[in-house]
Design a protein around this ligand. Structure first.
Ligand SMILES: Cc1cc2nc3c(=O)[nH]c(=O)nc-3n(C[C@H](O)[C@H](O)[C@H](O)COP(=O)(O)OP(=O)(O)OC[C@H]3O[C@@H](n4cnc5c(N)ncnc54)[C@H](O)[C@@H]3O)c2cc1C
Length: 378
């Protein structure tokens, strides 16, 4: 985990700002929205409680094609064209029709930030709405368009009951990043580690990202994460974890645009949330640009983006159903049998092609700005 870089004490001056677009959250979803607004001429402000790239929020594996299309390939550490899946009775290689890559979180965030550098960035903690604007620990910010890309807490929701684990529809994930290396992206579907969920090890150059995810929010993941690290003969070190929304939520509410984990845009079963965060952030960027250019109203932008997100409900619903099923059969004979069937390249490609199409990559490569090219060493 990187050293804390966020400004403290006297360096945290007060903020009282009016802007066109306020993007709350500067991770995958928020930085992509800001970048999609580059060149729009709008005053865009981005907020996060930490400096950009300071706090890694995931194991950081995403489809390589997505990283390439967004001009983020220089952050890649390792690429995999198959998954190795272990059950209590066998280990199977699943061939993929596309590749996954692990990447460096700070580098990827810096690249996204370079692409949206005409937006302003401030470290501030967002608390909710007050005094006609978004209240932060540094003051109130007013904006015509407010984006909540703050992750699972959905801080800017006006719903009366806040999303609180363990009762809310959330999974949980925890991992450690010991030094080491490996060739394979590995998963364990085994009740020795977790009753409903899976464990993983993702090599990323000089480190491994080893963790456990539980579909059941009441089940703890620290002890099994330590057990897996010990079995792999790794020094566990410091932990990184979070709650993972596994149900699609409304993408607009009370005039606010929600994107990424705040909108439940994380695929159930696999907990793949980076690619969907990019995908829905690009869609939101398109709607915001159209509205800022006067081609649509704010209400139309809200309605169109909300409808776009809702159109994915059947696929997210199917994935949630599969998660419930997998959760009930983790490590048991029927699931082990199914895992073994995926050693058929035809079957695994057929399934993963459909899975990939839930949030397909953009048709064209994102034009790379000079600042991004410099960072990427091109
Ligand atoms: C252990 C683990 C491993 C994972 N591995 C993968 C993986 O390999 N691949 C994958 O696709 N998905 C993975 N996921 C899921 C993925 O991390 C999320 O879906 C993804 O991070 C969502 O991106 P986001 O931008 O919506 O939110 P986040 O990445 O959570 O970013 C939210 C941002 O908002 C900021 N923030 C939060 N609250 C406030 C506040 N009140 N004020 C100001 N700022 C605030 C945070 O600092 C953060 O920068 C994993 C999840 C976990 C828990």
């Amino acid at each position: 985990m990187p050293a804390r870089a966020t400004k403290r004490g006297a360096e945290r001056t007060s903020l009282d700002v009016d802007c066109d677009v306020l993007v709350c959250g500067a991770s995958f979803a928020g930085l992509t929205v800001a970048r999609a607004l580059e060149g729009s001429g709008a005053r865009v402000m981005v907020l996060d409680r930490y400096e950009i790239g300071e706090r890694q929020t995931s194991a950081c594996a995403a489809p390589t094609e997505w990283l390439e299309r967004l001009g983020l390939a220089s952050s890649v550490r390792q690429t995999f064209d198959e998954l190795v899946v272990h059950t209590p009775r066998s280990s199977v290689r699943w061939s993929l029709p596309f590749t996954f890559s692990t990447f460096d979180y700070a580098e990827l965030c810096a690249l996204l930030r370079a692409g949206g550098r005409s937006s302003e960035f401030e470290t501030a903690t967002v608390a909710g709405f007050a005094d006609g604007g978004v209240a932060t620990d540094r003051g109130t910010i007013r904006a015509s368009y407010v984006v909540d890309a703050l992750g699972w807490r959905r801080v800017l929701s006006s719903a009366p009951s806040p999303i609180q684990p363990p009762n809310a529809r959330l999974s949980r994930g925890l991992e450690v990043h010991p030094a080491g290396n490996g060739e394979d992206m590995e998963f364990w579907i085994d009740r020795r580690y977790i009753r409903a969920g899976y464990a993983w090890s993702f090599p990323a150059g000089e480190e491994l990202r080893v963790g456990v995810g539980s579909f059941e929010p009441r089940d703890h993941v620290k002890v099994p994460t330590l057990a897996l690290a010990a079995e792999l003969d790794l020094q566990a070190g410091s932990f990184q974890g979070n709650w993972i929304p596994h149900k699609l939520r409304a993408a607009t509410e009370n005039g606010v645009f929600f994107v990424g984990d705040s909108a439940g845009h994380c695929l159930p079963l696999t907990a793949e949330g980076i690619r969907p965060a990019f995908y829905f952030a690009l869609a939101l960027g398109r709607e915001l640009r159209a509205a800022l250019a006067g081609h649509s109203t704010r209400e139309q932008a809200l309605a169109r983006y909300g409808a776009f997100s809702r159109r994915h409900a059947p696929q997210f619903g199917f994935m949630l159903w599969a998660q419930h099923l997998a959760g009930r059969t983790t490590g048991r004979a029927p699931l082990n049998w199914l895992v073994e069937r995926f050693d058929s390249r035809r079957l695994s490609h057929w399934v993963f092609e459909r899975y990939y199409r839930i949030t397909p990559p953009p048709a064209h490569e994102w034009p790379v700005t000079p600042a991004e090219a410099l960072l990427a060493g091109r």
